[in-house]
Design a protein around this ligand. Structure first.
Ligand SMILES: Nc1ncnc2c1ncn2[C@@H]1O[C@H](COP(=O)(O)OP(=O)(O)OP(=O)(O)O)[C@@H](O)[C@H]1O
Ligand SMILES: [Mg+2]
Length: 236
């Protein structure tokens, strides 16, 4: 079953068109990657889905046409966006950030259980539970951003460059935790990532964007085997 389908999606900032017909689909419980150079339109594709940029074409989630829907309504349907640059609240503590993620939920017991689950997934956060977001390291902030998105109990997680600015071992930790989350929760994921090795460790298939359109789509195994992908994204 397809959970999310994009067909010929376009988007512009003012007069400048930056998405020129992006198509992709994410199966229920699946994980799909978006690769591409700087400025290719990866972030804009996620924004088109979460309703933070106006888009053309078709965007269907769980059978509903969500194109043009307000961001809060999209979130309400179960799509959580972890934006580039993290977007955690610096003047709230780790625990408060996690509670903010759950603000639409009423199940108090479930919320506390999910906070415990997040802390188990990201033990670094457990040690910093009372610290302000602004006092966390880059890696800890990234973990908090993912954990906060989790607290909304999403059906689909949009993840934008979770490894950006992190030391390789920290990035690996973050991806290992996301991988575990996937295995244990079955949450579908659409993952933008410059580091193709990390991306391919998580996703089953991916699409490559170039100036706002798909130029290649395939399974992770197929893409890893292609010379142009190896040269552009795998350092060899
Ligand atoms: N808020 C904005 N206003 C105007 N132009 C923008 C805005 N955000 C992005 N753009 C432009 O749109 C194009 C696509 O940007 P986008 O952020 O989607 O790329 P990206 O693939 O995520 O790149 P990166 O890997 O650098 O994050 C780029 O040319 C960028 O300069
Ligand atoms: Mg981007």
């Amino acid at each position: 079953m397809t959970l999310l389908e994009l067909e010929d999606v376009t988007a512009s900032y003012g007069p400048v068109q930056v998405l020129d017909g992006v198509s992709l689909s994410v199966p229920e419980n699946g994980a799909v990657g978006i690769l591409g150079a700087n400025g290719a339109g990866k972030t804009t594709t996620l924004r088109a889905i979460s309703g933070t940029v106006r888009a053309g074409g078709r965007i269907v989630f769980d059978g509903k046409d969500i194109r043009g829907m307000r961001p809060d309504r999209v979130a309400g349907l179960g799509i959580a966006h972890v934006p580039e640059g993290r977007g955690t609240f610096g003047d709230l503590t780790v625990r408060e950030n996690l509670r903010v993620g759950a603000y639409l939920r009423k199940d108090r017991k479930g919320i506390e259980e999910d906070i415990d689950y997040c802390l188990d997934l990201f033990p670094n956060l457990k040690d910093r539970i009372g610290s302000n977001g602004s006092a966390l390291s880059g890696g800890e902030q990234q973990m908090l951003a993912v954990a906060r998105a989790m607290m909304t109990k999403p059906r689909l997680l949009l993840l934008d460059e979770a490894s950006l600015g992190l030391a390789p071992s920290t990035a690996r930790n973050v991806y290992d935790a996301i991988h575990r989350l996937r295995t244990e929760s079955g949450i579908a994921m659409l993952v933008v990532e410059q580091n193709a090795n990390l991306a391919f460790s998580l996703v089953e298939s991916a699409t490559v964007l170039e100036t706002g359109r798909n130029v290649l789509t395939g399974t992770s195994a197929e893409l890893k085997g292609m010379d142009e992908i190896r040269r552009a994204y795998l350092g060899g």
